[in-house]
Design a protein around this ligand. Structure first.
Ligand SMILES: CC1=C(CCC(=O)O)c2cc3nc(cc4[nH]c(cc5[nH]c(cc1n2)c(C)c5CCC(=O)O)c(CCC(=O)O)c4C)C(CCC(=O)O)=C3C
Ligand SMILES: [Fe+2]
Length: 375
């Protein structure tokens, strides 16, 4: 087989995502799954439940993963990449353990994982790896042979991720009334996490305050703002801001929040804002509620024109990027030289998370990285 389409030694790709409820009766059990042992205040849970109920108890995330799954299968078929794609979630059906069991029953021995999270951090990387370890332990307890599981590198700076978002920001700018367009600010948003989790995200000592989490988001924001400047000739002021904070109020999380940011740029005279949710791969509940509902209400209150730019979702360029990442990793595993595509100054992320990368508060076994008990 030509190396440009040989996925060997891998014999399957697993799309690993967060999962979300698909009806009102799913909401509370889903939230219990997400928050088990995580110490989230009861009040916050009730509040987040309401966000889901406002949308009929349905999170858009599962439907978006079905679309991504279809896009990946179509892209692989078109490019002659013979690799079956499975799908499993951490917190809702179809569950990760069930997907892995099905893969084992289908005879898969070398599994590559695409997690729907582009950046380093405990929540965006290690937690997925811990869930992989738990699922492998469950299969082991059932007496099943365990596949070897690897995880794709963080794809935040891959052009197939950055370019569709750049285009989305350009479309949002074009959609603003002409008289406020030139002066519009860009607010790049991502999930807030505790500052302590940000500081320790990524390999130790590689980044300063805010760790790899903040550094990687800043890199993407800078790339998009730069590409927008090149395309429009306008230098739009930009800032990385945060959303969806949870946890107890006395614990510091990354700030400023998008709603506070809208207030402060409005007070400083910004005529309009484009909110670009670069921290999220698709338009799931954090985007639909925290930005499209809450932040838009805040903007309406202020009389500030805002637009929210598109996430990558099932964009064919993202599917193509996943294919490139799969073939890159496969070649690396075969010991062949590889070209690692990455935009900006940070360069391509590591294939194998080092021990101590994004440490958990309570250490737990994690698969698909250095020190995995299932290597
Ligand atoms: C970095 C990050 C991502 C991006 C990376 C990735 O995509 O994985 C992400 C994604 C998501 N988070 C999601 C949902 C939730 N996250 C919660 C809680 C938390 N998230 C955190 C961080 C992140 N979360 C953190 C530090 C907590 C606090 C508790 C803890 O330390 O674990 C809670 C509990 C209630 C609340 O506190 O909000 C819910 C319901 C959904 C599904 C949405 C849908 O249904 O469409 C998705 C994609
Ligand atoms: Fe979350």
């Amino acid at each position: 087989m030509s190396p440009e389409r040989d996925p060997g030694p891998y014999d399957a790709l697993l799309l690993l995502s967060f999962g979300g409820p698909e009806g009102p009766e799913d909401v509370l059990p889903f939230l219990e799954n997400v928050t088990r042992g995580r110490g989230i205040p009861r009040e916050r849970l009730k509040e987040v439940g309401q966000h889901y109920f406002l949308f009929g108890g349905v999170s858009p995330i599962n439907e978006q993963n079905r679309e991504l799954l279809a896009a990946l299968r179509e892209d692989f078929a078109e490019h002659g990449v013979d690799l079956p794609v499975y799908w499993g979630n951490r917190n809702w059906a179809p569950y990760l353990t069930d997907a892995l069991r099905e893969m084992v029953r289908d005879g898969r021995r070398r599994v590559l994982v695409l997690a729907t999270s582009a950046y380093a951090s405990y929540s965006g990387c290690r937690q997925y790896r811990e869930n992989l370890a738990e699922s492998l332990a469950a299969l082991e307890a059932e007496g099943l042979p365990l596949p070897r599981v690897d995880k794709l590198r963080h794809f935040f700076n891959h052009p197939g991720f950055v370019e569709p978002m750049t285009e989305g920001v350009l479309a949002s700018l074009a959609d603003l009334p002409a008289e406020v367009r030139e002066g519009a600010h860009l607010a790049f948003t991502t999930h807030s996490i505790p500052t302590a989790a940000a500081d320790t995200s990524g390999p130790e000592e590689a980044h300063g305050e805010g760790g790899a989490y903040v550094a990687q988001h800043l890199a993407v924001a800078r790339l998009i703002a730069g590409a927008v400047r090149e395309r429009t000739g306008v230098d739009h002021p930009w800032r990385l801001v945060y959303q969806s904070r949870s946890g107890a109020p006395h614990i510091p999380w990354l700030e400023p929040d998008i709603c506070d940011h809208l207030e402060s740029v409005h007070a400083a005279g910004a005529p309009a804002v484009v909110m670009a949710p670069i921290g999220f791969v698709s338009d799931h509940m954090e985007v639909r509620y925290d930005l499209d509902t809450e932040a838009r209400e805040k903007a309406a209150e202020l009389g500030l024109p805002v637009r929210r730019s598109a996430t990558v979702g099932a964009d064919p360029r993202f599917a193509a990027a996943v294919r490139e990442l799969v073939l890159e990793r496969a070649a690396a595993e075969r010991g062949q030289p590889v070209e690692r595509c990455a935009l900006g100054a940070l360069g391509p992320s590591h294939d194998l998370c080092p021990v101590g990368c994004c440490p958990a508060r309570t250490p737990r076994p994690a698969a698909a990285g250095a020190g995995s008990p299932y290597a």
